[in-house]
Design a protein around this ligand. Structure first.
Ligand SMILES: C[S@@+](CC[C@H](N)C(=O)[O-])C[C@H]1O[C@@H](n2cnc3c(N)ncnc32)[C@H](O)[C@@H]1O
Length: 287
């Protein structure tokens, strides 16, 4: 068996293994909500302590979240087959492999240590490249703009680790630079945020969430307009019929517990005039 790659990552960066492991586990089910054979391969190829986050960490919450975003990205590609998808905080995500239509252009952005690890498994091509940067930096925006529009930005499982003022400034910058672009992201209300902090403390995890958002509509102040809203128990209507039976029937039953734990929102960047200057967007709930 080939030697496994060593991963030397910061605490937040390491959380990429939670989502990778969840996709790999789901892919091996008989009727998975998504198929990701590359995730299975990747997980086998990296030397990482799978027990660290406990059994089933991330689990179906993660894969449903990912499947909903895949659904939105596929919808975008159906309308704009040659557009650009920018995956912010990509980790070892393989959304490109799951949705590639042979024409899409793609940027996978993450912090330098994550991109170093990613480069052990993926290569840049004419349509797909990796960018080592913080999503909070401004330098990657012109690089994204060199790829053909229209644009779809995905930030899955990443903004929650970043301070609110910096998240809002980043969203405002994207909205200003890419009016009309779509942006899909996950947000977590205060209650989930507090539960997650307790869980992280119990498991001795160093990676801590930093941003709670009770109402995704509050992000409209950063120059975004809500196009579609979903939760784990209320995925987009057209997607429901495609879900494996256990999700179709069981997930609505979990609504009282899971329905308010996470919001998934598809935004459209509104006109630059609608966005305040980058960095000056008011915090949700601020006067
Ligand atoms: C929970 S993982 C999610 C990975 C991927 N989006 C997925 O769904 O599999 C969080 C990711 O955010 C990345 N990340 C954290 N802070 C970041 C930042 N400031 N800029 C870019 N990426 C960041 C981490 O390196 C990690 O890959």
């Amino acid at each position: 068996m080939a030697a496994r790659q060593q991963a030397r990552l910061g605490a937040v960066q390491e959380t990429l293994f939670i989502t990778l492991a969840a996709r790999a586990a789901e892919s091996q089910r008989k009727h998975p909500v998504l198929r990701d054979p590359r995730a299975v391969e990747l997980l086998r190829s990296v030397d990482y302590d799978a027990a660290k986050y406990g059994p089933g960490a991330g689990g179906f919450v993660t894969v449903l979240r990912t499947a909903i975003i895949d659904f939105w990205v596929r919808g975008f590609l159906a309308a704009h087959p040659g557009g650009t998808v920018v995956e912010l905080g990509t980790g070892l995500n393989t959304r490109f492999e799951r949705v590639d239509n042979g024409r899409v252009h793609w940027l996978d952005l993450d912090l330098p240590d994550t991109i170093d690890l990613r480069r052990k498994f993926f290569a840049d091509t004419g349509r797909r490249r990796m960018v080592a940067a913080s999503v909070l930096d401004e330098g990657w925006l012109p690089e994204a703009a060199r790829s053909p529009g229209p644009y779809f930005f995905v930030a899955e499982g990443v903004l929650v680790y970043l301070p609110q003022d910096q998240v809002l400034a980043t969203l405002a910058r994207i909205a200003q630079r890419f009016p009309g672009a779509l942006l899909a992201l996950d947000t977590y209300p205060g209650r989930t945020f507090e539960q997650q902090h307790r869980l992280a403390a119990r498991k001795g995890m160093d990676a801590r969430w930093a941003w709670a958002c009770d109402d995704p509509r509050s992000l409209e102040r950063s120059g975004l307009e809500v196009r579609q809203s979903a939760t784990l128990t209320r995925p987009p209507r057209d997607m429901r019929a495609e879900l494996p039976a256990r999700y179709r029937y069981l997930v609505p039953l979990a609504d009282p517990l899971l329905g308010k734990s996470m919001d998934l929102t598809l935004f459209r960047a509104s006109s630059p005039a609608a966005a305040g200057p980058a960095g000056t967007a008011r915090a949700p709930g601020a006067a």
